[in-house]
Design a protein. Structure first.
Length: 158
């Protein structure tokens, strides 16, 4: 089975002028995907971009986090583990690898609240979600997991 995903990227920064000098051009762009809201972006501030816009580094970390969560929720539903809340404070680290700037790792820190099901089993499903996540399977750096699982407090628990 083959799936195709398409996006158009438009360099909107060209309106501010051409790439005459490295410091002198805008890094702003717009991502267009049919049927979805446009996404405005720039390079990261460290690369002279606009801090108020999404950058490729943010989007990669967010994509890994979202892919992991979606697989995790799927696996929990299949395992009769009732997830009522999920929050991930993901962090990507860049550095030098093989003489080039690259991501060296991403750490996902999901905090999961469950209503029903075994907490240990819920924790173990993070490894399965990681193995299933096609974005994590596509990168050449480790995607680590530091999950926290807690049981939801019931109204009668005081």
């Amino acid at each position: 089975m083959v799936h195709s995903f398409n996006a158009r990227l438009v360099w909107t920064g060209s309106a501010a002028g051409p790439t005459v000098t490295y410091d002198g051009y805008s890094r702003e762009y717009r991502i267009e995907i049919d049927g979805k809201p446009d996404l405005l972006g720039s390079s990261a501030p460290v690369y002279r971009g606009d801090a108020g816009l999404h950058n490729p580094e943010d989007l990669l970390v967010a994509s890994l986090s979202a892919c992991h969560m979606l697989w995790y929720l799927h696996l929990c539903a299949d395992a009769n583990i009732h997830v009522s809340a999920y929050l991930d404070d993901a962090e990507g680290t860049m550095g030098h690898r093989d003489g080039r700037i690259a991501f060296t790792k991403v750490v996902l820190r999901p905090k999961v609240t469950i209503l029903e099901g075994d907490i240990q089993h819920a924790a173990s499903l993070h490894k399965d979600a990681s193995n299933a996540c096609f974005i994590a399977n596509s990168v050449n750096f480790p995607v680590l997991h530091e999950p926290t699982i807690e049981r939801a407090k019931r109204h009668d628990d005081g």
